[in-house]
Ligand binder design. Structure first.
Ligand code: FE
Ligand code: FE
Ligand code: ZN
Length: 277
């Protein structure tokens, strides 16, 4: 089954997002757990969550993806920033139990001047503190473009984290097409090769979700500027091959392109048209 959707505003709750997704022709969606550039949020309403779960299953909805705020940095040099990251994510994961069995995606972090190794040490420590064996949510590390000192710009960096996570069944990867392209992975001319690398280094069984975004910049630019599908440097033919690749069959695919809701609706239709059963 083709599982496609887009990023939605969470300000009106889960049931509202579910209905919005269905109206766009989507069967998945992503949302920020809190203000993406701050930390504020309101508590989810258990009744709204229950109504959403019922509505979503009746409408054939797939797994949904929560996205942590951008400001969360699990590998900051500042202890108080790392502590805050822990408090926020553990609170988010507790809330996610109201909509159990879904995904929670986060940016691994920026090491700033500490170096990749130190950064990875902090992220591993963080994940081993924040992930509990009881949780029903799978935490996803997002593949990053490698802007500044971002960790997660290579599959090797993500694997170096995953291999040291204690509860391995609770951790996976969300692949962002704009980010890996900007990170230097040639998904236009060597898609099979990119997935082979992912499989060899991390394992395709650890790939749980995808962000489908075109890129305003060229391969290897390490910039991270999303573009609408077909309007950037990745291009429509590459997306047609990507969404039909066996490595991502059935995974939730989330658009994070610069669109309003009608734009997302069009892009969802576009990708559905390119998808071959
Ligand atoms: Fe992201
Ligand atoms: Fe993304
Ligand atoms: Zn991005």
């Amino acid at each position: 089954m083709f599982t496609i959707g887009c990023h939605l505003s969470s300000s009106k709750g889960f049931l509202h997002m579910g209905k919005e997704a269905v109206s766009l022709g989507a069967n998945t969606f992503q949302f920020f757990t809190r203000n993406p550039r701050g930390f504020s949020s309101k508590e989810p309403d258990p009744k709204d969550c229950e109504e959403f779960i019922k509505f979503w299953s009746e409408n054939g909805g797939g797994k949904i993806v929560a996205h942590a705020p951008y400001t969360l940095n699990a590998c900051s040099a500042e202890e108080k920033t790392r502590k805050l990251a822990y408090l926020l994510m553990s609170d988010d994961l507790k809330r996610m139990e109201l909509v159990p069995g879904n995904y929670y995606n986060f940016h691994p972090g920026s090491h700033v001047k500490q170096g990749v190794e130190k950064g990875i040490d902090y992220i591993v420590e963080f994940l081993n503190n924040v992930i509990t064996p009881e949780q029903q949510t799978t935490v996803l590390l997002e593949t990053m473009a490698g802007k500044g000192s971002e960790i997660g710009r290579t599959f090797e960096e993500l694997q170096a984290i995953i291999e040291r996570v204690e509860h391995k069944e609770k951790i996976g990867v969300c692949m962002d097409t704009c980010h890996i392209f900007d990170g230097g992975y040639d998904i236009i001319n060597d898609l099979d090769g990119v997935f082979e690398q992912f499989d060899r280094i991390i394992g395709l069984n650890k790939l749980y979700a995808v962000h489908v975004n075109d890129s305003k910049n060229i391969m290897g630019s390490h910039k991270d500027r999303h573009e609408c599908i077909g309007k950037g440097n990745i291009g429509i033919e590459a997306f047609e091959r990507f969404i039909n690749h066996k490595a991502v069959k059935g995974l939730p695919m989330i658009l994070e392109t610069p669109n309003d809701l009608p734009g997302y609706k069009q892009e969802i239709e576009l990708l559905k048209g390119l998808y071959k059963e």
